[in-house]
Write a protein that binds this ligand. Structure first.
Ligand code: ZN
Length: 161
């Protein structure tokens, strides 16, 4: 990395420390030509492997775009979508993998999206799980009803305590 002051190509690391719970490293460098100091930051690149085998960097924006389509006409605002994309990235990074197949990104979206909006979830799931029949929808709706009932009954228990 070139010195931002004199453009010299060589620098010495004088300090490095982990930030963002070990997801990134920040280094303090000293230019060996002019002696001035600057800071660089290294983040682990989370790569998404597409079906074609091509890898690209994980992008929250891409998650937002994909989910926004499923949310058309639903009461889901941009803040909620940004938060969902952040949850998806955090859950993938928490698994500790450096590369993830693109369909698994889709699966990581399903959980948080179900919490956010049931209709958007069904639309999204129908594409990602390639629903091919009405039965697929029926089975998914049944699962969804059970999950909602479960979270409601646990919410009621919380309330009665
Ligand atoms: Zn310099």
């Amino acid at each position: 990395m070139r010195c931002p002051f004199c453009r010299h190509a060589d620098s010495r690391v004088v300090d490095s420390r982990e930030v963002d719970e070990g997801q990134a490293i920040r280094r303090r460098r000293s230019c060996s030509a002019c002696g001035r100091r600057f800071t660089t930051s290294e983040t682990m690149v989370l790569a998404v492997v597409k079906r074609s085998g091509v890898t690209e960097q994980f992008s929250r924006d891409k998650v937002v775009r994909g989910v926004r389509r499923a949310c058309q006409g639903r009461p889901v605002d941009d803040d909620a979508l940004q938060k969902l994309a952040q949850q998806v990235e955090e859950s993938i990074r928490a698994t500790g993998v450096a590369e993830i197949p693109s369909h698994e990104v889709g699966l990581a979206i399903l959980g948080p999206l179900r919490e956010l909006d049931a209709v958007a979830y069904l639309r999204f799931a129908s594409v990602y799980r390639s629903f091919s029949s009405i039965e697929d929808f029926e089975a998914e709706i049944k699962n969804l009803r059970e999950a909602i009932a479960e979270s409601e009954s646990s919410a009621q228990q919380d309330h009665s305590d």
